[in-house]
Design a protein around this ligand. Structure first.
Ligand SMILES: Cc1ncc(COP(=O)(O)O)c(C=O)c1O
Length: 472
């Protein structure tokens, strides 16, 4: 174990045993350095790790504080224990049912993968769409074909630089949402029958992409707060001929896990050694609750093996279908595949977002969105603590808007999903995140919507159903 992990574990112990209580200020980085005789970098890393576990939070100009009120302190779900196996994928009908339920305004959106559409700056987006369309040079419709608007790619490259990640505008391909970039990447890197390493549990669109391309999934155990187990991945690489990895290194869907930086470095080093590309789905990274945006694995990539996919769908402009992939050494291949499939992403939309990024307001919007999402998560956790029967476990992600709940064994998530839907409540049952339909006692809940009395009521109903199952 590294020094910073040891330090983080010691501080976590003090929090668990109550020596440090919720709301207490924890020693400053300087104090820690003096008392423990460690470097500022070690102390910072330890705090980042505690932050990613949801144990401490930063307050601007004031330092680190112990987070999570005791009232909602259900334990974290257990880490997956299965070993990596290779499986053909057949994505269930349930995913499509779930997407249908999400479209229905009457269904309470705890099962949705989307944040509330009311959290976005529609008036501002409309202004930028209007003014960029009015001033658009008609030649842009030709010049902006794939890889996409040069101004937008430049703005995206500049944002990477702000969090210490060097990405050239030339390696960015603009796509119709991140999902197109992820799918293009997977098709560029694999041939039917190849094996791809994925997280367990994994985002269901990743499973759908694997199924569509006739690939095999090698599931890698994924820690509920610290992401993919790099040791297990190393073993899987020895055993299976893995052609590519598809991972979410920050605010993973569905767990909310964020790999600590040291683990991201370790992952990149392992994959570089074996020359295995990493498709890094990074769509939630702007939605962090801590002080800084978590750096992606792409930040540690010197050889161009990491393909980082981003999007404006979750943080600025849902429905505009604007994303990108920073594809390293695979950029040209992906650009050509984009040309061969859809030619280009809507050019007026690219121009509008490029103008908005250049001119103003994006950071202020993001800061507000993060504050709202953090508050909604706290309210949701409190609600779970009040209404769910004892024995459940839940993650406390340091960003994004998902909670992963593990119920005692007697609760069947598929049945819970069916009964909840009869009451007009959506939820995402665990088995849809696994090719082998595991996680039968788990659900993903969305806390990206205002935490209204209706949401509270829905959690109460879920709690009642679970209590009945536990007793029955
Ligand atoms: C983990 C993850 N990746 C990618 C996407 C798709 O992003 P986009 O809307 O930009 O295509 C989603 C949307 O639900 C997601 O949850």
């Amino acid at each position: 174990m590294r020094l910073y992990q040891e330090l983080a574990d010691q501080l976590a112990g003090l929090i668990r045993e109550g020596t440090l209580k919720p709301g207490d200020r924890v020693p400053s980085v300087r104090e820690i350095c003096r008392e423990r005789r460690v470097s500022p970098a070690t102390a910072m890393r330890a705090y980042e790790l505690l932050e990613s576990r949801g144990l401490v939070e930063t307050r601007p100009r004031s330092g680190y504080y112990v987070s999570a009120p005791a009232r909602d302190a259900a334990p974290e779900p257990r880490r997956a224990r299965s070993t990596a196996r290779s499986t053909r994928v057949d994505v269930s009908e349930l995913v499509f049912q779930l997407l249908d339920a999400v479209r229905d305004r009457q269904v309470i959106p705890l099962g949705s993968a989307f944040p509330s559409p009311l959290l976005f700056p529609w008036a501002k987006l409309a202004r930028y769409l209007g003014s960029s369309a009015r001033r658009m040079d008609p030649w842009t419709t030709v010049e902006g074909l794939s890889p996409g608007s040069s101004e937008l790619r430049r703005q995206i490259a500049r944002r990477y630089l702000r969090f210490g990640t060097k990405v050239s505008a030339d390696e960015i391909v603009i796509t119709s949402g991140a999902l197109e970039g992820l799918n293009l990447a997977l098709s560029a890197l694999t041939r039917p029958g190849d094996s791809v390493a994925i997280e367990s549990p994994a985002f269901y669109a990743c499973l759908q992409a694997i199924e569509t391309l006739g690939l095999k999934a090698v599931e890698i155990p994924t820690h509920p707060s610290e992401g993919v187990e790099v040791g297990a991945l190393a073993q899987a690489i020895e055993k299976h001929s893995i052609r590519a990895c598809w991972f979410m290194t920050s605010f993973q869907n569905p767990l909310g896990a964020t790999m600590p930086e040291a683990k991201k470095r370790e992952l990149v080093a392992l994959l570089e050694k074996h020359e295995i590309p990493l498709i890094e789905d990074d769509v939630y990274a702007e939605l962090y609750f801590g002080r800084d945006r978590p750096r992606p694995a792409k930040a540690f990539d010197s050889k161009g093996f990491v393909l980082n996919a981003g999007s404006f769908s979750k943080c600025l402009a849902p429905g505009y279908r604007l994303g990108w992939i920073a594809a390293g050494r695979f950029a040209q291949d992906i650009q050509r595949r984009k040309i061969m499939t859809t030619l280009s992403t809507s050019i007026p939309v690219q121009e509008a977002i490029a103008l908005l990024l250049r001119q103003d307001g994006y950071d202020a919007h993001l800061a507000k969105l993060r504050r709202i999402l953090a508050a909604q998560q706290a309210a949701a956790l409190k609600s779970l603590g009040s209404h769910f029967p004892s024995g459940f476990r839940v993650t406390r992600p340091a960003g994004g808007y998902f909670l992963w709940v593990e119920f005692p064994r007697g609760v069947d998530a598929l049945e819970l999903h069916r009964l909840a839907l009869e009451e007009g409540i959506g939820l995402a049952p665990g088995p849809i995140f696994s090719p082998r339909r595991e996680f039968r006692n788990c659900v993903r809940l969305n806390c990206g919507h205002p935490w209204t009395a209706e949401m509270e009521g829905a959690v109460r109903v879920l709690g009642r159903i679970c209590a009945a199952k536990k007793e029955g």
